[in-house]
Design a protein around this ligand. Structure first.
Ligand code: TYD
Length: 208
């Protein structure tokens, strides 16, 4: 039987990395057979593409080039890592996936959903997540929650206006595909958020 494909998405500052780590601990302590992977990246070739995309020296990369590189990394990631694991019946947990391209490239960068869908449908050949956990907090709210102290991080470098667009983009994507998304309240303590994620996945029978 084919395994389940679960992705985590959220804005910068949403606590996604912490929640992914807590979720992995949960899977391990419950002996659930899974692989963890991430985007951009996930295997040797895709990680090389990641280095090009995230290299701060490549600040003159065009939005179009960036979008195509994300899709190229994804194509490699799917065929070499994600599909083989799903075919072995494993749960695949992926930190970011196609919805990041919808929110960041289509909406926030303004490349449009049609273009990003076209490029990605070529890259992913129908391999969509069964469920996507979305940590529902905007970067502005997350930044305020931290007391506005993160002066050096990427959030500040790119600007909150961009991240607001990312959040709006996610909201539109969720509206267009509501049954796939598990929209998680993450405004409380991190263990409460973790429990909200577990409860939502149990309800969908992804977890026993
Ligand atoms: P990363 O350091 O992994 O950030 P995070 O901890 O927030 O996941 O960097 C990934 C960055 O790449 C993040 O800013 C979102 C961006 N991204 C896109 O713009 N489009 C995509 O398709 C993907 C997968 C990521």
């Amino acid at each position: 039987m084919k395994g389940k494909f679960i992705t985590f998405e959220g804005c910068e500052g949403s606590g996604k990395s912490t929640q992914v780590a807590l979720f992995r601990e949960y899977l391990e302590s419950n002996n659930i057979d899974y692989i963890f992977t991430r985007e951009p990246g996930g295997n040797q070739i895709a990680e090389k593409i990641r280095q090009i995309i995230l290299d701060v020296n490549n600040s003159d990369m065009t939005d179009e080039c960036e979008a195509l590189l994300y899709a190229a990394a994804r194509a490699q990631h799917i065929s070499q890592t994600i599909l083989p694991a799903l075919n072995e019946g494993k749960l695949v947990l992926c930190d970011r996936y196609i919805d990041s391209s919808f929110a960041y490239q289509a909406y926030a960068r303004g490349l449009g959903l049609d273009f990003i869908k076209k490029v990605n449908s070529f890259a992913i050949s129908n391999c969509m997540p069964d469920y996507t956990v979305f940590l529902d907090i905007s970067s502005t709210e997350a930044f305020k929650r931290k007391g506005g102290q993160d002066k050096d991080d990427r959030l500040e470098q790119v600007g909150l206006a961009f991240h607001e667009k990312v959040y709006e983009g996610y909201k539109k994507v969720i509206e267009s595909d509501p049954s796939r998304f598990l929209v998680i309240n993450c405004k409380g303590a991190k263990h409460e958020t973790h429990q909200n994620i577990i409860n939502a996945l149990k309800e969908k029978k992804v977890l026993p």
